[in-house]
Design a binder for this molecule. Sequence first.
Ligand SMILES: [Zn+2]
Length: 248
Amino acid sequence: MRHTPAMESAILAVMSDHQGPVGARAAARYLRERGFDVSESTVSRLLTDLDERALTRSLGKKGRILTEEGVRVAANQQLDSERASYFADALNLRDVHDLVDHLAGRRGIEREAARAAALRARPEELADLRAMVETGGEARWRERLAFHKTIGHASHNKQIQAITTSLFDDRLELLERLLMMIGVKQDALARWDQEHRDIVASISDRDADGAERLMVVHLDGMIRETEQFANSGNAHVIHTLLAEIDLA
Ligand SMILES: [Zn+2]
């Protein structure tokens, strides 16, 4: 049996928490306690592999300890997994309040994305954006999400890109369909389509102020329609659909 990256991360985490050397048998026990179905020989091979990569060092019969590099890698993995769980939690929307918070967070990021895209988008990205907003309507929910993703990407600001690529995870397609349903019920879809076209026009004109302002108007409108839909006795519809969307 071949060891996996998840096993490797678990071993590094265990060794970093543990005072003193860890033996192969103890390491195998730790892994099994964490739900890995693993043989001692697999663990031995994993530990040898870590030795070869200078992440661990053998102290003979006593077992192994992390090298300085191993401590660094284990700490980075811990940060990565905390970051991943923050995003998973942020995307785990439960009620109208969570949904409105999500849209408000997007408003903060996407206004900057639209501004930066107006200054930095490449000609081929402008062409993509124009094609995405050419036709609107209910069947175009994929294009709507792609529109927002593309603007994040076209910001060419890696801080914004890091956040928008996490926010516009593929799992959000289902959320986009929920927003579309709200748009249809609130009779706002045609307006949202027009707002997309206006944002693309501003970005094409390299009008950063205009693009930013129109993106805020667009997200403000989505927040308002969501609140109005919820307040007209439909909060339970949103809650039911959110429960079906397992974003985490
Ligand atoms: Zn939109």
